[in-house]
Design a protein around this ligand. Structure first.
Ligand SMILES: [Zn+2]
Ligand SMILES: [Zn+2]
Length: 271
């Protein structure tokens, strides 16, 4: 087992792209030796791309929430089960985003950018000549999110590299350091954190999101709030890559990781 004992990013079958029940994810977490999880099913804004109907999402998140309460009771004393949500590009519909977050008392909110305008980052192509424009657009959306919206941690900051890697292209956000710093500084200023998302390790990018360099930059700017999440969509991926995440966090200068309850962070030492 790694020094990371909480998995703070995972999806159940209440997300359109998840495959397991909340209970299955809890059992997987226990098997991996974790003591805490946050289930962060999707609420995606924009009607194109991955998900369709906002009403469907609201109802399913409420159903998931109920099931998580039952899991919290069943696994009490062994596994803390926190209720989260991953909000995708809330700036698309700010009023609706505020409504979604007010509808249920979440413990933890990940703010993510999965799309450019109406298109999922995974559904556009990455010819060399358009990459700088795509990255700038992505960074502008991330800044807007960091600056104005309600979230606890920014999700998978350099996720664009995951999709570029599928097309054999490498994107390193450190090449846009000024824009990146602006996002990180603003999050820090607002008392928000970022996550270290291990999904990239098992995908074409072969690197966690964000990279060690970005993590070090965040730390050097005074960033202290860091969660670690697998972004598991299957039970087998719960806590995947956590040994690497542990090494990365330590190397970047973190000695504590954050967990949340009622949207308030507390910290545990990385063992
Ligand atoms: Zn995401
Ligand atoms: Zn996710």
């Amino acid at each position: 087992m790694s020094g990371v004992r909480a998995d703070y990013h995972m999806h159940t079958h209440y997300s359109p792209d998840g495959h397991c029940s909340p209970r299955q994810m809890c059992l997987a977490a226990l098997e991996k030796g974790l003591t805490e999880i946050a289930v962060t099913d999707h609420f995606e804004f924009f009607t194109d791309g991955l998900f369709s109907d906002g009403k469907y999402q609201t109802e399913t998140l409420a159903a998931c929430y109920q099931e998580l309460d039952a899991c919290a009771e069943e696994f009490s004393g062994k596994l803390a089960v926190r209720k989260g949500v991953e909000i995708g590009q809330p700036q698309t519909d700010p009023d609706r985003a505020a409504e979604v977050l007010a509808a249920l008392p979440y413990d933890y909110v990940i703010g993510s950018v999965h799309k450019l305008k109406d298109i999922d980052l995974g559904l556009v192509d990455y010819p060399d000549e358009v990459i700088p424009g795509r990255v700038r657009e992505n960074l502008a959306m991330l800044y807007e999110l960091a600056d104005q919206y309600d979230y606890d941690c920014l999700g998978h900051l350099d996720i664009i590299k995951r999709y570029a890697a599928v097309h054999g292209k490498k994107i390193d956000l450190m090449d846009w350091q000024e824009e990146l710093e602006r996002i990180l500084r603003r999050a820090i200023e607002r008392g928000k954190g970022i996550e270290l998302n291990t999904s990239g390790l098992r995908q074409a990018a072969r690197e966690a999101l964000p990279s060690l360099k970005v993590l070090k930059l965040y730390r050097s700017l005074g960033g202290e709030i860091l969660t670690v999440g697998s972004d598991a969509h299957f039970e087998r991926d719960v806590a995947a890559g956590f040994e690497t995440a542990c090494e990365m966090a330590l190397e970047a200068g973190f000695r504590y990781l954050a967990v949340y309850q009622n949207r308030k962070p507390t910290f545990y030492p990385i063992a």
